[in-house]
Design a protein around this ligand. Structure first.
Ligand SMILES: [Zn+2]
Length: 169
């Protein structure tokens, strides 16, 4: 029996290229790689290992995403340090939403894998979504189109303005 197929360096190259292609079309990797374009990319805050970014296609106004710098698809792929940083940064996002939007509740969660609802399955990200009583009815009626870009930009500026207060805690 031969195991020649086990030694396939071209396969590794192919896999690396696939990963590279996926990363180059990943808006989270793109955002992390260009700190000079944070305002344009709606990056609210960067820690050493993660960032808070305002979702351009939100479930509701003020929907934040918290993502590690590295293009990794599962929590198990992250180091303990990356996970701890992701959680601390998520808490910061929660505080930002509370202070700025004063919601009645907040949904926080991860969708791991496309069948679990991940729109970007290759790069793990925490959703932090402000909620108000009755907002589900509103969402069912108008869906995503209700969020006009101007509203998103205004909220982005509010989040940025609230940052110093949130960080000093
Ligand atoms: Zn990525």
């Amino acid at each position: 029996m031969t195991h020649a197929n086990l030694w396939a360096p071209w396969r590794m190259e192919y896999m690396n290229r696939l990963i590279q292609d996926e990363k180059s079309s990943c808006f989270l990797c793109d955002a992390w790689a260009h700190p000079d374009r944070d305002d344009e990319q709606l990056v609210v805050w960067r820690s050493r290992l993660s960032m808070i970014i305002l979702n351009r296609y939100p479930y509701t106004n003020g929907h934040l995403l918290v993502a590690p710098a590295d293009h990794l698809s599962d929590l198990t792929d992250l180091t303990g340090e990356q996970r701890a940083d992701l959680m601390e940064t998520s808490v910061l996002a929660e505080r930002l939403i509370r202070l700025t939007l004063n919601p009645q509740g907040i949904n926080m969660g991860l969708n791991l894998g496309r069948c679990a609802g991940a729109g970007l399955p290759g790069h793990v990200h925490m959703h932090v979504v402000p909620r108000w009583g009755g907002d589900t009815n509103f969402m069912q009626v108008v869906g995503r189109v209700r969020v006009i870009p101007q509203a998103n930009e205004a909220i982005f500026r509010e989040f940025k303005a609230a940052l110093p207060k949130v960080l000093e805690k």
